[in-house]
Design a protein around this ligand. Sequence first.
Ligand code: AMP
Ligand code: MG
Length: 332
Amino acid sequence: METQIRKINLKSLEYAKQLLLQGELVAFPTETVYGLGADARSDEAVGKIFQVKGRPSDNPLIVHVHKDFEIKNLVKDVSDYAQKLREAFLPGPLTLVYQSRGVVCSKVSCGLDTLAIRVPSHKGAQEFLKYVDIPVAAPSANLSKHVSPVSALHVNNDLDGKIPLILDGGNCSGGIESTVCDVTGPYPQILREGLVSREMIEEVVGFCNVYKPKEGERVRSPGMKYKHYSPACSTKLFESFEVEQAVECFLRLKHDGFRVVVLCEDKIKNNFTEDSVMNLGKTDYEMAANLYELLRRAEKMADVIVAVCPEKQDGIMAGVQNRLKKACAEIK
Ligand code: AMP
Ligand code: MG
């Protein structure tokens, strides 16, 4: 199958709609990462997502809708605090998990009685979702386990020949996936950290828990148990207080003839030779936006990525730390 990459306009949107309604997949931009969309009402179409990505069949999908979509048709109850979160953060990079009405096909939730819904703020995503006006099931548009795509080119690198259309909306500004937050209980519970931080949620509703699975417990967000976001080359990960060890490791690998890229925040970059450093940046938002772009660039030129975690842990850096650790930790 030939994969077309097309800018978003009336013609490409019409083509995208036709494809979706025929049960085909369409990749589209969002403010976090690119999504791989299918008609959420069709078992066959949703099945193709799992097939094309090589995604484990028990890892549920997020349903994407436009900002005026009536979600009460899809989910049972929207509690007061969930409504407050919707008003504060949507459209935006926050996915909320509700009790499902079971209207979309069962493959979307992989047998769970809940449904994850996201309303992206990206202009092109809104245009696409508004134009098709159906619930669109979409995971990130990468091969399973690989780094999420933040440009149309990244999607094409992973899925060329496997899907008919990539809608090109430029580079994603956010850079890491949405926060996934369960709103089925008495208070919100973050299942995956992201660009809407725990602190931001607490400002709106007072209290928010970040879910950490206990040993042996069945995870609440099945995606959490899988290896994720991994570059194709080897990786070595160091904590922010292990700069000395990172430098040692870097020098040893260079000495042994490996091509090494160092991924680190701006303030420690001078510990390494300039031509080996990929600079994550200075601010939280810069680091989130740069992470996947740099991982994808680094895997093409390096035998080993030496990654040093940024110092800051809170706010959206909790999400950045989580992705960097999943991408680069030796034990996953
Ligand atoms: P991605 O594969 O990048 O699209 O990420 C989707 C994330 O949302 C995964 O971590 C899933 O486990 C999670 N998710 C989707 N639907 C649900 C749900 N109904 N309940 C809990 N987590 C969900
Ligand atoms: Mg993903």
